[in-house]
Design a protein around this ligand. Structure first.
Ligand SMILES: CSC[C@H]1O[C@H](OP(=O)(O)O)[C@H](O)[C@@H]1O
Ligand SMILES: Nc1ncnc2[nH]cnc12
Length: 317
């Protein structure tokens, strides 16, 4: 991105805000961009913002600025492709999630390391879908491990500081950060039944949302580092003596979680930009599609190659 003074400054970090998180704090809005990708337009225009030190980042509201897009209709391919087209290498995605474990309380933050896919096949989940190019991305470790490890101590500091703050003390809440764990991604938009919620617990699920897929898969196909900061809003529907989750219950915690998410972003973004520039924390994702794409022959249609060049210029030049 060219800065206002005209010199070029790369936008290496993209933030995807989920339910309740429609903007970040302490940033100077430089401009909005709305790239038309081969997969259409992103959920909302992307805000290119400067941090206090001048570093530029991109912010995208997953459900649109006015939360008009339900989880099954989020244009995830356009979102990821648009961020990649801006030069982004690492995505910090925030999501409101339900808890499937007693110890993961509303207000807590989680950095999950695994995903169970309970979407129903209605969301386009690959950039290669509908093209003459077949690719099988690695997805055993669905989040960027090094990026997640890098985030852990930094996010913990912010969450611990909040836990000791007068604001949280006044509300009798002490948020914690949990690392590792499995997130179940369901289709929605209705919440789970009690039977489903209990089944996910038996499967090893720890938290649940409607958004991490196909976002994480597409980030991997685009060779972007992707980490999810999950913010717990409710106990879903598995607790025998408690009422099942409602949107009203989610909203109770959403605002505080979004404020803490903004503090996390304000603390990590400048340093994350520098780490992304250096590249070490993203070296597992960069180049990861090289041996995933087949066939490597002249069978690939030129129009498909052109489309895929948008996200993977190195392989479709
Ligand atoms: C508002 S409750 C359900 C809704 O919240 C989460 O959204 P996001 O992940 O974008 O924060 C969840 O995935 C559902 O889409
Ligand atoms: N219980 C829940 N199920 C699915 N997505 C959610 N997002 C927030 N809480 C949720």
């Amino acid at each position: 991105m060219a800065t206002e003074s005209g010199e070029s400054s790369p936008v290496l970090v993209g933030v995807i805000g989920g339910s309740g998180l429609y903007h970040l704090d302490n940033l100077t809005l430089l401009k909005h961009v709305n790239p038309e990708t081969p997969w259409g337009f992103p959920s909302s225009p992307i805000a290119i913002c400067a941090l206090p030190n001048g570093t530029q980042i991109a912010f995208l509201a997953r459900h649109g600025a006015g939360h008009t897009i339900p989880p099954s209709s989020v244009p995830s391919r356009a979102n990821i492709a648009a961020l990649k087209s801006l030069g982004v290498r690492a995505i910090l995605a925030f999501s409101a999630v339900g808890s499937l474990r007693e110890e993961l309380a509303p207000g807590d933050f989680v950095l999950p390391d695994q995903i169970i896919d309970r979407t129903k096949g209605v969301r386009p989940a690959s950039f290669f879908e509908g093209t003459s190019v077949v690719a099988h991305a690695m997805f055993g470790d669905p989040f960027a491990n090094k990026l997640v490890n890098w985030l852990e101590s930094r996010v913990r500091k912010v969450v611990e500081a909040a836990a000791n703050s007068a604001d949280y003390a006044a509300r009798g809440v002490k948020p914690k950060l949990h690392t590792g764990g499995t997130i179940v991604c369901m289709e929605g938009p209705q919440f789970s039944t009690r039977a489903e919620s209990k089944m996910y617990r038996q499967w090893g699920g720890d938290i649940i949302n409607m958004s991490v897929l196909p976002e994480a898969k597409l980030a991997r196909e685009a060779e972007l580092g992707y980490a999810l900061i999950a913010t717990v809003t409710d106990y879903d529907s598995w607790r025998e003596d408690e009422s099942a989750v409602t949107a009203a219950e989610v909203f109770k915690t959403l605002h505080a979680n979004a404020n803490l998410s903004r503090q996390v972003a304000a603390t990590v973004l400048a340093e994350l930009h520098d780490a992304a520039a250096e590249g070490n924390i993203l070296d597992e994702e960069a180049g990861s599609m090289k041996f995933s794409i087949m066939p490597r022959s002249g069978e690939q249609k030129e129009e498909d190659r052109q489309k895929l060049r948008y996200i993977l210029p190195a392989y479709f030049s």
